[in-house]
Design a protein around this ligand. Structure first.
Ligand code: THU
Length: 135
């Protein structure tokens, strides 16, 4: 994998994503997800999934992190870690891939880690969304 961020950086992000997953509001699915996003200015923004009784209003952990960051003035990101899943990692959904592609270079690393940290799989934003829609 081509990386702009060191493995140590991704390990730290993964730890922060696991901690963020603990704050998931997921009373309906019980499926906790956390994300930790590294901005170009070195700030880290975390996010968790936030569910709603009207299911379609649920916001994924990755988009929570991105929207927090953009609302705080960070719009370019170097890397993201996503924590979710037991026995395997949770992969980012299609909507989150499109949102990540908006704000990250295609070679930005995406580290997916299981909730207990035992399993790690590395991707890039570009590899996760070939043929990205853009204007
Ligand atoms: N979820 C995320 O937080 N990120 C994804 O990329 C996929 C799904 C959440 C949404 C919902 O709260 C739960 O996982 C089950 O779909």
């Amino acid at each position: 994998m081509k990386t702009n961020s060191s493995d140590a950086t991704l390990t730290t992000l993964a730890r922060e994503a696991i901690a963020a997953a603990e704050r998931a509001y997921a009373p309906y699915s019980k499926f906790k997800v956390g994300a930790a996003l590294l901005a170009e200015d070195e700030r880290v923004f975390t996010g968790c999934n936030v569910e709603n009784a009207s299911y379609g209003l649920t916001n994924c952990a990755e988009r929570t992190a991105v929207f927090k960051a953009v609302s705080e003035g960070a719009t370019r990101f170097k890397a993201i870690a996503i924590a979710g899943g037991v026995g395997d990692v949770a992969m980012p959904c299609g909507a989150c891939r499109q949102v990540l592609a908006e704000f990250c270079p295609p070679d930005a690393p995406v580290r997916c880690v299981s909730l207990d940290g035992a399993i790690t799989k590395d991707f890039t934003v570009g590899a996760l969304l070939p043929g990205v829609f853009s204007l």
